[in-house]
Design a protein around this ligand. Structure first.
Ligand code: NCD
Length: 358
């Protein structure tokens, strides 16, 4: 049976990705054919964290499919401000809507929501963890211009906290002929669990601190913002901010067919002059996000309904050590761990992917 939730892109098979991407391409070419595809249905967009593109593209996608939208963009206007749990909020809203889209500052929040929802849940970003619908958008953007295999893809900026990076790295690891280049300061390097994942999948990668040295070898450059809101203090953020700036001089060293992508919002990591370079596709990428979400909503809303599994803790006396994991904030959540394929002797938190220190 097809998975009704989209929490992590690895919930879907490569064939599922292909069919969502090709449906998005079809919708983009003939949107009017889908104008009534979701008529009579309602999605709830629960945004516990700021968002422009993801929230508005989900809402527009549903409206363009002929459906309707309820939800909030500021949790202070809902009963969460009165102390309501995520569990109660989701239990109740999933009785109002046919599908829930959730963005939350804590890692694993979408997974937690899916445990209590009676309708499908889509993860629209959970803390610094994952952002699968952005990744589908990114895959569509790349596949409009290039083949998805045999690419050298550079990631630059905040690779530690950037959830769009984490999801895209996992996705590109499905194609073993890809080569990845991680450009960051040591403090903002890609998390270890993702580097291990690449090693397990046999995907070659290098780590570097120089955008200038690496740019000439890239087919795709994925620039990212330093995720200010994930730093413990303004001072800690200042130490990492402004290190990598993509300017015209660096673009001169890049290949003529480079694709410069960015999930947006950008702050100061790309100069305004570079925006006009035809190799920059980030505004196009943002538009593709709407077609991907139309395709995804169309798919998930037509899947047969499932009774949510009853979850209980599967470990004794182990708790997740990640302070930003939802299970350390919403205390009713059962601690859940899995044993990774590459290291069956260890345990990893099911909500946030953080290895447990045994
Ligand atoms: C990203 C996000 O929210 O993770 N934006 C997006 O969804 N398009 C990137 C970011 O905030 O830096």
């Amino acid at each position: 049976m097809k998975c009704r939730d989209l929490i992590d892109l690895n919930d879907l098979s490569s064939e599922d990705w292909e069919s969502i991407i090709s449906l998005a391409q079809k919708i983009r070419r003939a949107p009017s054919e889908y104008a009534r595809a979701a008529q009579g249905q309602i999605i709830a967009t629960l945004f516990f964290e700021p968002s422009t593109r993801t929230q508005l593209s989900f809402q527009t996608a549903m409206l363009r499919l002929g459906g309707q939208v309820i939800g909030f963009g500021d949790p202070q206007t809902s009963s969460i401000a009165k102390g309501e749990t995520l569990k109660d909020t989701v239990k109740m809203i999933s009785g109002y809507a046919d599908l829930v889209v959730i963005r939350h500052p804590l890692e694993g929040a979408a997974k937690a929501a899916s445990l209590y929802s009676s309708c499908p849940v889509i993860n629209a970003g959970d803390g610094g963890h994952n952002h699968p619908t952005q990744t589908l958008t990114d895959l569509l953007t790349i596949s409009e211009e290039k083949k998805l295999d045999g690419l050298t893809v550079g990631f630059c900026g905040d690779l530690k906290n950037g959830r769009t990076v984490h999801s895209l790295v996992k996705a590109l690891a499905r194609f073993p002929a890809n080569r990845l280049v991680f450009i960051s300061t040591p403090g903002l390097a890609l998390p270890e669990y993702l580097r291990q994942h690449l090693t397990m999948k046999g995907v070659p990668y290098v780590q570097s601190d120089s955008l200038e040295e690496q740019i000439g070898s890239l087919d795709v450059l994925y620039m990212t913002r330093i995720q200010k809101e994930r730093f413990p203090s303004e001072e800690a953020y200042r130490k990492e901010a402004g290190v990598y700036i993509l300017d015209e001089a660096k673009m001169k060293k890049a290949r003529a067919d480079l694709l410069v992508m960015h999930p947006l919002p950008k702050v100061d990591e790309i100069t305004d002059a570079v925006d006009a370079d035809p190799r920059c596709v980030y505004f196009q990428q943002a538009e593709y996000g709407m077609y991907i979400r139309m395709a995804l909503l169309n798919r998930q809303l037509t899947l047969p309904s499932q009774v949510p599994p009853v979850y209980s803790s599967n470990v004794e006396e182990i708790s997740c050590k990640n302070p930003r994991c939802i299970c350390n904030h919403e205390r009713y959540l059962p601690p859940r761990f899995f044993r990774p394929e590459n290291d069956p002797a260890s345990l990893v938190c099911e909500y946030c992917d953080t290895p447990a220190r045994l």
